[in-house]
Design a protein around this ligand. Structure first.
Ligand code: NAD
Ligand code: IPM
Ligand code: MN
Length: 353
């Protein structure tokens, strides 16, 4: 039996509700096989901060680092809650984990499954994956404020782009494209304006593409990419882009793929030096928290990406098949979070009773 050490961070709001279903699906798909999950739960997020004043204690981060993977729900309180003003949960917890664990490949698939209603009236066949750079760009935290609170205030957020950081995510995207039937890679930037970073991206995409002659490469400016994604999303296979462009593009992709309740992601450290982290793209949804109204599918599909990453592609595919079957059979009336989990578990192919 192979034992996988899983760190679970349910977080706030609907985080614990959707993570509970992802865990039930994981148990169902692994039952009777020769893989065992050994879970450790870490209570982190806005609630923890309000209770203890802590965001991510170093000892807990060190303990998380000892795991094979992280399953993450969502963190954050009600936007604008004054008690959370100094917490900076997003930077101090979520981004800190992504940065410190070197999650440079933020993988966000967008597949419009049969039976799912897209935000687009006539989307066509949608099946692409965005590889968002996860550790640098405008997210790097390289900024500051001068003359705070005065009419002369100046705030900077200086984008950091290293050849090393771009090289590795671009290579990862080429490798991803090589495994897919269409073998297409679109890189997205704003090279006409962000000329310094753009030139590094351009040079590295070009040089790495020589190692992947079977992959067709094209380029789009980020603004045009949003037009193409709305008008003809079927043209995309793999997209690789900068951290902030990728953040925006993947919310758009979420809407095209049937909504935020279905959008999954993996924050991958491909070398395995640190545990990778798997999370739905959505937040803690305080407006529906605690009511069993959240769709756990995004969390469940994130667990499937985790299974792939852990070298369990058969199990991952069975989870996706269960999700596909449930989505195809979904009616109009809303179901409880746990009822969707039940239905996906019942639809897992080859389920051992
Ligand atoms: P949100 O994603 O939490 O919610 C946006 C809307 O989508 C809400 O109406 C919500 O009810 C709905 N929604 C989200 N997930 C859903 C699901 N699984 N099923 C059904 N409906 C769902 O975004 P927000 O309201 O901007 O943010 C709320 C909090 O979450 C904030 O504190 C924010 O900082 C945080 N946040 C965290 C993450 C994360 O942990 N990765 C990501 C985004 C936002
Ligand atoms: C996401 C979220 C995060 C991001 C926030 C909450 C820090 O929007 O995962 O897309 O900007 O990356
Ligand atoms: Mn986002």
């Amino acid at each position: 039996t192979r034992t996988i050490k899983l760190a679970v961070i349910p977080g706030d709001g609907i985080g614990p509700e959707v993570v509970a279903e992802a865990n039930r699906v994981l148990d169902a798909v692994l039952t009777g096989g020769d893989v065992a999950l050994e879970r450790t739960e870490f209570r982190l997020g806005a609630e923890r901060f309000l209770a203890t004043g802590e965001t991510l204690p170093a000892a807990e981060q060190a303990a998380i680092a000892e795991h094979d993977a992280i399953l993450f729900g969502a963190v954050g309180g009600v936007p604008g809650d004054p008690r959370l003003k100094d917490a900076n949960i997003e930077r101090g917890l979520l981004l800190k984990l992504r940065f410190d664990f070197d999650h440079y490949a933020n993988v966000r698939p967008c597949t419009l499954f049969p039976g799912v209603v897209s935000a687009l009236a006539d989307p066509g066949a949608v099946d692409f994956v965005v590889v968002r750079e996860g550790t640098e760009g405008p997210y790097a935290g390289n900024g500051g404020t001068l003359r705070a609170g005065t009419p002369g205030e100046v705030a900077t957020e200086v984008s950091v782009n290293t050849a090393h950081g771009i090289e590795r995510v671009v290579r990862y995207a080429f490798e991803t494209a090589r495994e897919r039937p269409r073998r297409k890679l679109t890189w997205v930037h704003k090279t006409n304006v962000l000329t310094h970073a753009g030139a590094v991206w351009q040079r590295l995409v070009q040089s790495i593409s020589a190692e992947f002659p079977e992959i067709a490469v094209d380029y789009m400016h980020i603004d045009a990419a949003t037009i193409f994604m709305v008008q003809d999303p079927s043209r995309f296979d793999v997209i690789v882009t900068d951290n902030l462009f990728g953040d925006i593009l993947t919310d758009l992709a979420g809407a095209i793929g049937g909504g935020i309740g279905l959008a999954a992601s993996g924050n991958i450290n491909p070398e395995g030096a640190f545990p990778s982290m798997f999370e739905p793209v959505h937040g803690s949804a305080p407006d529906i928290a605690g009511q069993q109204k959240a769709d756990p599918t995004a969390a469940i599909l994130s667990a499937a990406i985790m299974l792939d990453h852990l070298g369990l592609p058969g199990e991952a595919e069975r989870v996706r098949a269960g999700v596909r079957a449930d989505l195809a059979a979904r009616g109009a009336e809303p179901r409880a979070t746990a009822a969707i989990g039940d239905a996906i578990i019942a639809a897992l192919p080859g389920r051992r009773a």
